[in-house]
Design a protein around this ligand. Structure first.
Ligand code: ADP
Ligand code: MG
Length: 232
């Protein structure tokens, strides 16, 4: 069995429709999409031990099948520069998540390498009742939240679809470099869209995907957060 199928079967066996960030990123890795390295720490001590392996600065995020919007629950701490900061972040994440989402099952935290800042973009997949799977591309932050500046393409995407998905958003100029910054690697973003398209075309049980954000760089792109939702 390929690993994307194994990850989905495991969630099914546990009667879950929402894959954790860790599972979602393992799935992306199996599709050839770059993500941050991450390890699960079930305790404060293990979080500290793993942070030594991952190196500093690192990121801690709550891992819970019941918490899908991790920052809203106080479940994300970035830029942790030492063992002490990791230990404090672990405690802060646990107490905030217990308070904000009472009763949530918490597996622990994931310890991740901190991806260098890049231009934040998002790739999403949703299932339209009429048209079936649709992919969405946009820039992160206000561009998507306030201006709803996104493009949509029906699965399966052609190479031309992927190219126009990236270039037809209103803010596409930002991809060409902004205030002296180098242009981002549009081919890497198109490649992500095509890999997701291939995957969802052959995996109809996936109902929704969110790669939010992806950090885009002059050379490559990396998914920093991911969520996959299966149909009932
Ligand atoms: P949420 O569940 O709230 O969407 P995210 O995993 O997207 O949580 O984390 C919130 C923000 O923290 C991201 O938008 C990103 O800016 C930053 N972030 C998260 N993980 C990393 C990472 N590994 N490296 C760098 N920045 C990160
Ligand atoms: Mg996110």
């Amino acid at each position: 069995m390929s690993s994307d199928v194994q990850i989905i079967e495991k969630a099914r066996a546990e009667r879950r429709t929402i894959l954790t960030e860790m599972e979602s990123k393992q799935l992306l890795t199996s599709l050839g999409i770059r993500t941050t390295e991450m390890r699960l720490a079930p305790s404060r001590e293990e979080a500290v031990a793993l942070s030594r392996e991952v190196g500093y600065p690192c990121v801690l995020k709550v891992s819970s099948p019941d918490i899908t919007h991790k920052s809203d629950a106080g479940g994300v701490k970035v830029g942790l520069a030492s063992e002490e900061q990791v230990a404090e972040a672990y405690d802060a994440i646990m107490s905030s998540c217990r308070e904000k989402v009472p009763g949530a099952a918490i597996e622990g935290v994931t310890v991740q390498n901190m991806a260098p800042a890049g231009l934040e973009v998002i790739v999403g997949m949703a299932t339209d009742p009429q048209f079936g799977p649709v992919l969405m591309f946009g820039l992160g932050g206000v561009w998507v939240e306030v201006l709803r500046d996104v493009s949509f393409k029906l699965v399966p995407l052609t190479k031309d679809d992927a190219r126009s998905a990236v270039t037809e958003i209103r803010a596409a100029k930002l991809l060409e470099g902004f205030r002296g910054s180098a242009p981002v690697d549009k081919a890497a973003l198109e490649d992500i869209l095509l890999r997701i398209s291939d995957f969802v075309a052959k995996t109809p049980e996936v109902r929704e995907m969110d790669l939010n954000p992806i950090f885009a760089y002059p050379d490559g792109a990396i998914a920093v957060d991911a969520r996959v939702i299966l149909g009932e």
